[in-house]
Ligand binder design. Structure first.
Ligand code: ATP
Ligand code: MG
Ligand code: MG
Length: 347
């Protein structure tokens, strides 16, 4: 049978490998072992992505390489690509590894993004800071890490000292809701999207995703069309998460993730073909499944001490439990998620 290589052994890689196994594939997972899954900074400081022999052995043993983690260094990607195709492709990675390139790309498609400016110094920040804003490190941020909320009059030098350069400054978007579209594009160019979910964050971390999203109905096809334009423009193959702000002026794109996405975990309980199977289908060159939803679902992340609720959650009806097998519970760490499936609902 064919082999699929997965870069990253966190929960997303784990769920991708389960889906691949179900479709009869075998997987090699490349995970810089010393770094705990989910600790992006630690993963990159390990030498694992510099280990040419290990990468060569990995990429040389598989038919296609995909990833759960978009921050794989370019040098490693170059080596991998000389041995096996990478899906989604390099363009999507290049665009999404850097918040500035990502925003430039989205703007070039005519999509609305938060007002933004490249910040390379305290002086740049002083010049750009005009009102409520968020200073974000351009690379390697996740779960709201590497971000600082600022207001006009805040000390630029002090703020600058707190984020990793280079950065972008984004105007604060006054949104009424956050939604996301999980969209897939197949090797044949076909596009399938799931129903947008409504996302609630706490402390910068996704807390719940609910489908259907209670937003004005016209926004649903708008969100799906916008996501389709993004994947088509990138000649993308795989699943992508597109995070959107709902504003009175319409949809504003927050960010894109060139991989399966936490806000798409509800599909495990709401769709015949979930986002993980969909991604494997795409990267393996199989036809996509449809994105139809057969239930209403509330996905809730189990973060840190939420794990104390496990006994009660195990008793709850219509509740699908996913645990990531992480050895240590830490505050802010995603330990698992649950999908509460509301039967008889859905599209
Ligand atoms: P993720 O874990 O989704 O990758 P991240 O660290 O990349 O997160 P963002 O998605 O950029 O961070 O921001 C995290 C959250 O902060 C957003 O979901 C949103 O709630 C809020 N936020 C980010 N940018 C803005 C903005 N320009 N205006 C208002 N709120 C924002
Ligand atoms: Mg992000
Ligand atoms: Mg985000």
């Amino acid at each position: 049978g064919a082999w699929i290589g997965i870069l990253g052994g966190g929960q997303l890689g784990r769920m991708l490998s389960v889906a691949a196994s179900r479709l009869g594939y075998r997987c090699h997972v490349y995970e810089p072992g010393a770094a705990p899954a989910g600790d992006v900074a630690a993963r990159l400081t390990t030498a694992a992505y510099d280990d040419e022999a290990a990468i060569r052995a990995f990429a040389g043993s598989v038919d296609v390489v995909t990833y759960e983690f978009e921050n794989v260094p370019t040098s490693a990607l170059d080596l991998i690509e000389s041995l096996a195709p990478i899906r989604p492709g390099r363009r999507a990675l290049a665009v999404s590894q850097d918040r500035l390139t990502e925003k430039d790309f989205l703007s070039s498609l005519g999509l609305a993004v938060a007002p933004y400016a490249a910040i390379d110094s305290a002086a740049d920040l002083a010049a750009a800071l005009r009102g409520p804003s968020i200073l974000k490190t351009r690379r390697l941020g996740y779960d709201g890490k590497g971000q600082l909320r600022l207001a006009a009059g805040d000390d630029p030098a002090a703020a600058w000292a707190q984020v990793n350069a280079p950065a972008v400054l984004e105007g604060f978007v006054d949104f009424s809701a956050e939604i996301s579209v999980i969209v897939a594009r197949g090797a044949d160019g076909a596009v399938a999207a799931y129903d947008p979910g409504l996302n609630v964050h706490r402390d910068g971390i996704l807390r719940t995703t609910t489908v259907p999203a209670k937003v004005p109905g016209r926004l649903i096809p708008e969100a799906v069309l916008l996501a389709s334009r993004i994947v088509t423009a990138l000649d993308y193959v795989g699943v992508m998460g597109v995070e959107l702000f709902v504003t009175p002026q319409g949809l504003v794109v927050n960010e894109i993730a060139p991989r399966v996405h936490n806000s798409g975990h509800w599909t495990q309980g709401g769709c015949a073909v979930d986002q993980f199977e969909q991604h494997i289908r795409a990267v393996a060159g199989l036809p996509l499944g449809d994105g139809r939803r057969h239930a209403d679902v509330v996905m809730e992340n189990l973060i840190g001490d939420d794990m104390n609720r496990l006994p009660e959650l195990l008793q709850a009806p219509d509740t699908q439990i996913h645990l990531y097998g992480k050895a240590e519970v830490k505050p802010g760490r995603k330990m698992g998620h649950v999908n509460r499936i509301l039967r008889g609902q859905g599209a």
